[in-house]
Design a protein around this ligand. Sequence first.
Ligand code: CTP
Length: 215
Amino acid sequence: MAEKLKLLITAGPTREALDPVRFITNRSSGKMGYSLAAAAVEKGFSVILVSGPVDSSVIPPEGLTEFVPVVSAAEMAEAVKSRFPAMDAAILCAAVADYRPKIMETNKIKKKEGAFFLELERTEDILFSLGQMKTSAQRLIGFAAETENLAENALGKLKRKNLDWIAANQVGLPGQGFQSDRNEITLYGVNGETVQLPLTEKKLLARQMLDVIFQ
Ligand code: CTP
């Protein structure tokens, strides 16, 4: 029997702490990444799911090889980079915070008179790092959420981050994308492929995506 394809998937948002009780995050539900993980298990792949904090209604599929819960971008970067060398492919679907508070206060920040200024610093671009680590035998797939110039921006990211495929979706449209059960994706491949996957349930979309990428 052929070896199972080893696939790592990231999902959900990250949380970047300001102090023990506050953090910066985003509206990612994790549904797209979890749907991809479920579809990949269904396809018979060996799947590692690395996930930021998601709602308890979003449940990891049965049959995962490993489930790795993380909180911050730094934790996600560590979990992903340490596992990637043993993988055949990775799909990074997580909405990783691009910035985090420069200082994480150990005590709760007290309010004062006047304005409050928060200094942020860049987090690691995990997808970019994997693009640098990638061998010719490994496949790397990223997502691009764009409000404008979808094709141009997605193709720029495909090249800059050394990806094999990028799944681009238009954000800011009602009833699809972030927090929704439905989405619409255009897949761009490194060999010039363009595959349109029309608006549908994320579960079905996940299967269609894997069929294109791992045909
Ligand atoms: N990503 C990542 N690590 C980060 C930020 C993003 O791995 N720190 C990954 C996401 O999982 C996604 C892809 O990068 O697969 C695209 O992220 P996005 O924020 O849309 O694009 P950026 O490259 O950050 O570019 P920009 O902010 O200019 O849109």
